[in-house]
Design a protein around this ligand. Structure first.
Ligand SMILES: Cc1ncc(COP(=O)(O)O)c(C=O)c1O
Length: 433
């Protein structure tokens, strides 16, 4: 896959001033392939060469209501008449907190700017609340770019050791080894291993942070009873259950994964879809914990948290979600999955389609169900990537990286689905012959 002439020229210019030409390593597709965006509208994205793509990356997920959504832009423009940053509570912020409470069932909410900031804050709250230091996460889960997240996010499967004595692999250089001493990472969906670790170590563990489904492993779903088991174990040992809903929140259901899976966490982190692409995040939770956040108790802060532009975005996003936009997201996702199934069944190649309709993923694997990171990692990513790169060339853009599911927006139409499935079928035929 190669970028067009204008994208390439713009990328070369970017690379003179921005390391690698991108502001996040995850956006780099290679010097000759990294596209530069020109604009987006609804379900579509145009690159610098005016090539149009049906967009299923949606900025790594947030743009659930479509690009340049007029109602949201108008609401922000109106809000900007009052200014943006006051280091004071503002009315938009109160409205957003009230709406989040109503939709998700959390008791109290603090605002942040990014998912990274929200999960960092949630871990701090859990540590302060319990007086314990360690964080337990799951292999393959990604909770942002801070040092307490980047362990066993994407390790070589041979690198995590034997299941009874696993070790931690940092995502890259610059993450202090000593931070790893405060972490555990275990396989997702494995009750026995989790139970054993908690029996041995519960006194040290402040929180279990869990993506309710592995949204960074093509949407691996929790097996029946796993989230309930985590909930039960947290209650048993006084551990704070943090559900990281940065990808699932305001996407897979109005009330996010808590509603979808009927599970109540102690703390929930939101970002992405809450702002439809504007930088906003929230830490919500039950009163007995979140009520302890405050001066002289549990620290939390930030200059830009609850800035008016972000709050106005979230204010309108939540109204649109309440009005039923997610139904369109689910309907489109269902249509794609049915089409993929037909196309892939015809090839005879083993695969699974997994995840909720709003963010489905495909893995080429012999496993009947992907239950944990290893199952995904051992899949045939070369075939998946070859198909996806052809789709992108033909104007359909899921993420370049097989870790990401396909993100659906409420602007994707039935006509788009027909076009996309046609392109997908062509790409599959070209790759799997
Ligand atoms: C589950 C999860 N948590 C946290 C984050 C970090 O969010 P952000 O990129 O807004 O910092 C991500 C980002 O993809 C995520 O998927």
């Amino acid at each position: 896959m190669k970028s067009g002439q204008k994208s390439k020229a713009m990328f070369d210019r970017a690379a003179q001033s921005i390391p690698g030409g991108v502001s996040s390593n995850f956006r780099y597709w290679g010097d000759d392939a990294t596209l530069v965006a020109k604009r987006g509208e609804g379900a579509y994205l145009w690159d610098q060469d005016d090539k149009r793509y049906v967009d299923y990356r949606l900025g790594f997920g947030p743009v659930v209501l479509g690009h340049a959504r007029q109602e949201i832009s108008d609401h922000i423009t109106e809000a900007m008449k009052i200014g943006n940053c006051f280091a004071m509570t503002n009315e938009y912020e109160i409205r957003v907190a009230e709406k989040i409470k109503k939709l998700t069932g959390v008791d109290l909410v603090r605002m942040s700017n990014t998912g990274t900031e929200a999960t960092m804050g949630a871990m701090r709250i859990a540590r302060a609340f319990t007086g314990r230091d360690k964080v337990l996460k799951f292999d393959g889960a990604y909770h942002g770019f801070h040092d307490y997240s980047l362990w066993n996010t994407y390790p070589p499967t041979s690198g995590v050791g034997y299941i009874n004595s696993p070790f931690l692999v940092p995502q890259g250089s610059g993450i202090p080894r000593s931070v790893g001493d405060l972490m555990y990472s275990l396989p997702f969906n494995n009750k026995e291993v989790l139970e054993k670790k908690l029996k041995e170590r519960w006194q040290e563990i402040a929180c279990i942070i869990i993506e309710p489904l592995l949204g960074n492993q093509a949407s691996i779903m929790p097996q029946d009873g796993f989230l309930e088991f985590v909930r039960e174990q947290c209650d048993k040992y006084g551990i704070v259950m943090i559900m990281d809903e940065v990808k699932t929140g305001f996407r897979i259901a109005k009330g996010g994964a808590q509603e979808y899976f009927n599970i109540k966490a102690d703390i929930v982190t939101y970002a992405k879809c809450l702002g439809n692409g504007f930088p906003v995040a929230a830490i919500g939770g039950q009163k007995h914990i979140m009520g302890e956040v405050g001066p002289g108790k549990i620290p939390h802060g930030g200059t830009y948290g609850s800035n008016v532009a972000s709050m106005a975005a979230a204010d309108k996003v939540l109204d649109l979600i309440v009005a039923g936009e997610l139904d369109k997201v689910d309907a489109h996702g269902k249509k794609l999955r049915a089409g993929w199934k037909k196309i892939l069944d015809a090839t005879g190649v083993p695969y699974v389609i997994q995840g909720p309709d709003a963010m489905p993923g495909i893995v080429f694997t012999e496993e009947p169900v992907c239950k944990e990171y290893k199952h995904w990692a051992d899949g045939d990513h070369d075939t998946y990537n070859a198909i996806i790169h052809k789709c992108i060339e033909k104007g359909v853009m899921p993420d370049y990286d097989s870790r990401e599911p396909w993100f659906i927006s409420s602007c994707h139409t039935d006509e788009d689905a027909d076009f996309v499935l046609g392109v997908f079928e062509e790409a599959v035929k070209e790759v799997i012959s």
